[in-house]
Design a protein around this ligand. Structure first.
Ligand code: SF4
Ligand code: SF4
Length: 91
């Protein structure tokens, strides 16, 4: 029996900060980009809303992919502050 990404994500626990630990530096850069972030993030953190890239940082599993895969280095990336973020207690 195989386990889907959705099943695995369901096993992760989150404690969300009120401030995002992921920030798009310049939305103008995103407009001229092929937007690979819409597909490379396993947690679907990046989505398009009204033509702008929206960041649902609350769902981030801190894999670090966007830190290196944003083709324009247009994402400010840091770990959530101490006490916040994901806990892989079950997954
Ligand atoms: S990959 Fe980077 S530059 Fe391109 S749309 Fe996503 S955040 Fe913007
Ligand atoms: S660190 Fe991973 S899960 Fe978090 S936003 Fe980037 S690609 Fe998505």
């Amino acid at each position: 029996m195989s386990t889907s990404i959705e099943d695995l994500l369901f096993t992760i626990r989150y404690r969300c900060d009120t401030e995002s630990h992921l920030v798009i530096t310049d939305q103008a850069v995103c407009r001229d980009c092929s937007k690979p972030c819409l597909t490379f993030c396993p947690a679907e953190v990046y989505t398009l809303r009204d033509g702008e890239v929206h960041v649902a940082y609350e769902n981030c599993v801190e894999c670090g992919t966007c830190r290196i895969a944003c083709v324009h280095r247009n994402i400010e990336w840091r770990y959530p502050l101490g006490g916040f973020g994901v806990a892989y207690k079950i997954g």
